[in-house]
Design a protein around this ligand. Structure first.
Ligand code: HEM
Length: 408
């Protein structure tokens, strides 16, 4: 913690530079760990497969004291699995692994495909539709059905908008943040009542649906508080709906590099998986992850004092030219015949999703985006003039126009 930069608080700079913040700092430090201050606290930014291994070692880094309140209050929810450590995390994580990493993935992908087909029919002949909003609606309809949550067609647009708002407003002060807080309050209340309904028998849902499993799940012999159960149900609905971000990015990619449309349209599943991984790598979504050093540590020669924040530069690692040569070129072929390791491609975290904090919805994301990208490629549409630019200082980023399409 000796150089001048380590003494200047970076919070404002982070807000201005967005996704480029940590990569820029790391470049100035010749790709070494960067000591800095952020949110008034000491921190060290790290990147690379060894850094991922280090970050996900529970004896090094804990989460529950590291997540800023505004992020928990919007994106994750109080007492969410993201905020737990050790045995409490492992137990709660097993619930998500059981719900999300099984044959149900194909069922959800099929529902999403059908939901897209139904929506696409209604797009025909309209002056234009906003792909981002439509994708959120398509996914929200399918994932609520899959999770056993009764929602009427009238309720869906507001629900989809609330799920999007919780993601859109987590990293910024002002109106976007207030919308996210209001959306979370509304949806936690709504789903807590449904959870109580399942428990009392007033709400009927399939025995193996997520809402039923979460309603009857127990920790230390006790069911979850209805509000916490609602938080965890939202932790399925919200990120699934957020796949809309990746579909908007896919449309951006198909506009810039139309040669990729053909193999998607032909249903080439190997290429589709590679395309999906490249979208997740190339486009900005999660900027970095944060934890706190549980003891005095050293990483790559840099001392990390107990209590300092450890920031894993996710966007930087996905654009690391040692791991991904020509990282700023969109090249799905790089993922053909390339297995995804635990520590290299980390748009949804690293390590083992069954035991650590890595996203348990990664397979679902790949399946949903593959289904949607193939359907988008088959859809006969064009883009009217619009601003498709992606502002890297806006977290989370998305194309400025949200991708307007015309389906003749
Ligand atoms: C965790 C990204 C989709 C459920 C995470 C993490 C990231 C992430 C970065 C944190 C990893 C960490 O803290 O180490 C994404 C992205 C998605 C996505 C970019 C694409 C839209 C999904 C889906 C689901 C899901 C579809 C469920 C249906 C979760 C849960 C956690 C998580 C429950 C918490 C895991 C834990 O703390 O152990 N995700 N995710 N995500 N994700 Fe996702």
């Amino acid at each position: 913690m000796h150089d001048r930069m380590a003494n200047l608080d970076q919070t404002l700079v982070a807000g201005i530079k967005g996704y480029a913040w940590l990569p820029d700092l790391r470049r100035k430090h010749h790709d070494r760990p960067v000591p800095l201050r952020v949110l008034g606290q000491r921190a060290v930014a790290v990147c690379g497969p060894e850094a991922v291994r280090f970050f996900y070692d529970e004896s090094h880094v804990e989460r529950h004291t590291a997540l800023p309140h505004p992020v928990v209050a919007t994106l994750f929810g109080k007492n969410a699995v993201h905020t737990l450590d050790g045995a409490a995390h492992r137990h709660r994580k097993a619930l998500f692994v059981a719900l999300l990493m099984n044959d149900g993935i194909d069922v959800l992908a099929k529902l999403v495909g059908e939901s897209f087909d139904e929506a696409a029919e209604s797009w025909r002949g309209r002056s234009s539709v906003t792909l981002f909003d439509e994708a959120a609606l398509v996914i929200a309809r399918a994932v609520t059905r899959w999770a056993g949550i009764p929602v009427t067609d009238d309720e869906l647009p507001k629900l989809a908008a609330d799920l999007v708002a919780m993601v859109d407003g987590f990293a910024t002060p002002g109106p976007r943040h207030w919308r996210a807080l209001a959306a979370r309050r509304r949806r936690e209340r709504w789903l807590a009542a449904k959870i109580e309904g399942v428990r009392s028998g007033d709400v009927i849902a399939p025995a193996d649906a997520a809402i039923t499993t979460i309603a009857h799940y127990r920790e230390d012999g006790e069911p979850l508080e209805p509000r916490t159960a609602a938080v965890e149900l939202i932790n399925i609905l919200r990120p699934a709906t957020a796949v809309a971000w990746f579909l908007a990015f896919s449309a951006h990619a198909l506009d810039r590099w139309p040669q990729h449309r053909r193999p998607l349209r032909d249903g080439d599943d190997e290429f589709t998986a590679a395309f999906v991984h490249e979208v997740r790598r190339f486009y900005p979504f999660a900027p970095f992850l944060g934890g706190r050093a549980v003891e005095d540590l050293t990483f790559a020669g840099e001392r990390i004092p107990k209590g300092a924040l450890v920031l894993l530069d996710v966007y930087g690692q996905n654009h690391d030219n040692l791991l991904f040569p020509q990282p700023y070129e969109f090249r799905p072929e790089r993922f053909v015949d390339r297995p995804i390791g635990e520590f290299d491609l980390i748009p949804q975290g690293g390590g083992d999703p069954r035991t650590g904090h890595r996203c348990p919805g990664e397979q679902i994301t790949v399946a949903l985006l593959g289904t949607l990208a193939q359907r988008l490629a088959r859809l006969d549409y064009y883009l009217p003039p619009q601003d498709l630019s992606i502002n890297l200082s806006r977290i989370p980023a998305r194309p400025a126009s949200d991708v307007e399409i015309v389906v003749p």
